[in-house]
Design a binder for this molecule. Structure first.
Ligand code: NAP
Length: 483
């Protein structure tokens, strides 16, 4: 609490001693949140920007989503840390929109609220058996190996089976398949959570099926990520030659989409250069196309554990020119046995009370980042904006959020200039926020508290030749942050 009082009093002196008047709150400290904060600070010298996050740690997807063997993608943390050190910017972690503070309270304290809290749930297939043990979403698995405190105790069973099925063929599917197949010695030098590394070292999974409901031309991954998984040491890759037969609609689709063409070429090359069968003990990656999951099957011992997936064979129908060939069932079914399923069919955003939300698209209805009010999504709401996956859906790479933030900040700047939608009355901003959180006894984690976590993780990592050894429980994170 002493730390908290220090923040509170410095915020009070700070606001009365300067002419800063535009109070901005960004909810979510992932790429969309930090890019928005950076753009706002640059565009408005009078702006004071507070970033809140429900976790005690900043950086969202960069910390919890990016694969541990992709350290180069995490370098952007340096840029975000510089933003957090800007004297007009503050980070307040362990503050959850919806439980620590409501959206309407935030809107009372701030002139501008930008929601950038991403997509913390998953699309569901809605087929029988989805709740069997051993069926996880890829997000849960990713959070587990990345040490997210909500999923550090997921404990996926990697020991009682040699086969995993990954549903979906996007880059997240490739990430989880790669983590399952890569030699653990190569993961041991990354910042992978120690519980995940230990489980992967003991894993008996040797075969991973990456299953798509459409064909190799429509696989949602990108070439760089595909090349990376195909390059795993001593990996047997299997792709049925019949799946690689292209239709004229496929040719048409590839003509207008360079990424699709490149992915198809890589898959064809992998198919032709692979041996006809795996050598004993070799790890296997099977790309399976034109299969739609129909139901999850319980294992024979009736233990409530996954034993396989029943698929319906598909063919493609629809227009190729707009990339819209869709998978239609053929009425032919087949079972594939496994002991683990990772559903990688897309992330989903979750609304909070008082937030207009388009449930069919899973996004906040908006025009160029201006949130549209819930009455038929007609009028923009005053002072409320959105950015990132919550705005456009769960697609794109980290850099996509830079352009997204530019668009949202341009809308805010436009509204300020035209004196539209944004209140000109004095707002309490940070002072009001911290007072309320103190009254609710919420332990706020500042950026310097996070830096204590950061140093401790790096210190622990240096002892075992890892870049960091992540703290993976709420208790440890909060304890180290407030030492
Ligand atoms: P994604 O790229 O949208 O892929 C989703 C996959 O799920 C597609 O194969 C899709 O097939 C399939 N799918 C969706 N609904 C399905 C259903 N009902 N039944 C069967 N399959 C279904 O999503 P993601 O892999 O979660 O990735 C999210 C974003 O993060 C992407 O933009 C991705 O590129 C990015 N990302 C990038 C990296 C990187 O750059 N290294 C790493 C991870 C993620 P259809 O095509 O048939 O719908």
């Amino acid at each position: 609490m002493a730390i908290f009082r220090a923040i509170y009093s410095s915020a009070r002196n700070f606001s009365s001693a300067t002419a800063r008047s535009l109070r901005v709150c960004v909810v979510g400290s992932g790429p969309a949140g930090f890019y928005t904060a950076e753009k706002m600070l640059k565009a408005h010298e009078g702006a004071e920007v507070d970033i809140i996050d429900r976790l005690p740690t900043p950086f969202g997807l960069v910390r919890s989503g990016v694969a541990p063997d992709h350290p180069e993608t995490k370098i952007v943390i340096n840029q975000f840390s510089r933003v957090a050190h800007n004297e007009r910017c503050s980070f307040f972690g362990n503050v959850s929109l919806g439980s620590s503070i409501s959206l309407s309270e935030l809107r009372q304290f701030y002139h501008v609220v930008v929601l950038a809290y991403g997509a913390e749930s998953d699309r569901a297939l809605g087929i029988p058996g989805e709740d069997l043990n051993g069926v996880h979403s890829a997000r849960e698995f990713v959070w587990w190996y990345n040490g997210h405190p909500d999923f550090s105790n997921l404990a996926p069973d990697l020991k009682s089976t040699d086969t995993a099925i990954v549903l979906g063929q996007g880059n997240v599917a490739l990430d989880v398949a790669r983590i399952l197949l890569k030699p653990p010695t190569e993961l041991a030098i990354t910042d992978i959570a120690s519980h995940a590394l230990a489980a992967l070292k003991e894993s008996s999974i040797r075969k991973v099926y990456l299953v798509g409901r459409r064909g190799p031309v429509q696989a949602a991954c990108t070439a760089k990520e595909l090349r990376e998984i195909l390059a795993i040491k001593d990996l047997y890759v299997n792709i049925k030659e019949t799946d690689l037969l292209k239709t004229s609609a496929d040719e048409e689709e590839m003509k207008t989409n360079r990424i699709r063409r490149r992915v198809f070429e890589l898959l064809s090359k992998a198919s032709s250069s692979s041996a006809s069968r795996p050598s004993p003990g070799q790890r296997e990656l099977h790309f399976t196309f034109f299969q739609k999951p129909e139901k999850f099957l319980e294992s024979n011992d009736q233990s409530g554990h996954i034993g396989g997936v029943n698929f319906e064979k598909t063919i493609l129908k629809g227009s190729a020119s707009s990339g819209n060939q869709i998978a239609a069932g053929t009425g032919e079914y087949e079972d594939l046995e496994c002991g683990l399923v990772l559903k990688s069919i897309g992330y989903k955003s979750v609304p909070v009370d008082g937030l207009p939300f388009d449930h069919s698209k899973g996004v906040v209805p908006n025009i160029r980042g201006r949130v549209l009010s819930s009455s038929r999504f007609a009028q923009p709401e005053g002072g409320l904006y959105v950015c990132g996956w919550l705005k456009r859906g769960p697609t794109g790479i980290i850099g996509t959020n830079l352009y997204d933030a530019e668009e949202t900040v341009a809308s805010i700047s436009d509204d300020i200039e035209k004196r539209e939608r944004i209140s000109t009355s004095t707002k309490q901003g940070r002072e009001g926020l911290l007072q309320l959180l103190e009254s609710r006894k919420i332990q706020v984690i500042t950026f310097s508290d996070w830096e204590k976590i950061d140093s401790e993780e790096k210190r622990r990592g240096s002892l075992i030749r890892k870049p960091r050894e992540k703290l993976t429980t709420w208790k440890d994170l909060l304890e180290v942050a407030t030492r």
